[in-house]
Each structure stands twice: as C-alpha cells, then as structure tokens.
Unconditional design. Sequence first.
Length: 248
Amino acid sequence: MLEIKNLHAKIEDGDKEILKGINLEIKPGEVHAIMGPNGAGKSTLSSVIAGKEDYEVTDGEILFEGEEIGEDAPEERAHKGIFLSFQYPVEIPGVTVTNFIKAALNETRKANGLEEMGAKEMLGLIRENSEKLGIRKDFLSRSLNEGFSGGEKKRNEIFQMMMLNPKLAILDETDSGLDIDALRIVADGVNQFKNEGNAVLLITHYQRLLNYIQPDFVHVLADGKIIKTGDKSLALELEEKGYDWLLN
Ligand code: ADP
Ligand code: MG
Ligand code: MG
C-alpha cells in the first residue's frame, strides 16, 4: 500500500536534513508503530507522507498503491485515501462536528467521482460510527474544536477517521498530555477501524498505547533514520531499556 524508498527531507526554508534515508513498506492489513526519541523526525515523516507544504523531499520516493505521490497536494493525497490525524485541528465557530464531517466526506466522494451521500445514508453512517466510539448526540452538534478538551479532540479526530474510512490512517500522538482516557479513545478507535483492507501507521512515544493496540511491526526512528525494526516485543524492550542502547 505504502512504499517509502530512501526518503530524505528537510524543512522547506532551511537546509538541515531531518529525514536521512527512510525505507518503509506497509501492506494492507498491517499496523506499524514508529517510536523514537523526541526530535527524531517522527512528526516530520508523517507530515511528509501527508504532503504538508512546510517540508521538501530532497531524495527518494513515496509510492501509494504503486503510484508516486511525492508531487501531490495534501488534499489529493487525502482523496486517495491517506488520513493524517490533526490535519483539521482548526476551530470553526458555527460549523458543527457533524456538518464538518459531512462536507469533508462529500468532498472526498466528489474528488473520486462519486455523488454526494444521501441524507439518510449519511445519518446512518454518523449514527453507526458515533455509537462505536461512544459519542453522544450533543457532541455532534458542538462547534468544531471550540473549547474541546484533549480527550474531545481525540474523539473527534478518531470520529473523522472512521467517517472518512481511509486506506491508510496515520496517527501522530505528539501531545505530551495524553491521559489514559485519551489513549483508550485512540486505541478503541484504531481497533474498530482496522480491517484486512486498510493499514495504520501509529507514531507514538507512548509504549502504553501499544498495550491496547497490537502492532505488527515496531520501528525505532532516531536522527532521521529507522535504526531498528521488530515486533511488539521491541516496544516492551524499549519501555524497559529506553533508547540509549540503540543509539551510537
Ligand atoms: P519528533 O516528532 O520525532 O519529535 P520532529 O519531526 O518534530 O521530531 O522534529 C525533527 C527535527 O526537525 C527536530 O530537530 C525539530 O526541531 C526539527 N523540525 C521539525 N519541523 C520543523 C520546522 N517546521 N521548523 C524548524 N525545525 C523543525
Ligand atoms: Mg516532538
Ligand atoms: Mg512529533
């Protein structure tokens, strides 16, 4: 599904290289976790895959379903089925959680040559996904992100993922303040979302999160490179020993 070959990237208007030759292959049905020390380049990697304009790819390739996407705008990548959490963190007073996701979903459908989803089908989908995530009705009619707590932001983000139903979901757990409830919301959502046809790239420095989500692969990213790949046991080892034994 996703194939990254020798990816190098830097900040658009800087010359410091941040990603220094990343190789990563993600197949349908897989969950990959990327862990690593602060400043390793984890968020940069997720941003570069999603096509955020602050970064520039200086070498290598990103293939999605066999097609080079390196030149695609972020919206195009989203329409192809790549979802990045917190791509829509904006507060939009007067636009409700429901109206926002309806518009986003229909825009994606339109970009893929599909008609707008009928009101009844849309309502059914909203109901199905909000029930799965334990989202209450009053939450759906709140203004997007306005005064949302950390947990509510997470819940909305996961709701967006479930509604948009991407092929590849990239979740970047950057917040240092993720409490256990927020971790459970994320884990619960990922576990409900996951199926044989889609894939998840979970970026986190919380080993705890991997107690609730079973990754097929765990990669350690340090100084812009993947320095080790293993299975779930690697995450446990990292929790016990930290990262130092892997560095230098
Ligand atoms: P991580 O998510 O692993 O903590 P980041 O990808 O956020 O790491 O950052 C990697 C390195 O690149 C850090 O040294 C960080 O300071 C730098 N960096 C990332 N994005 C920017 C940016 N927009 N402007 C300046 N420096 C950046
Ligand atoms: Mg960081
Ligand atoms: Mg980060």
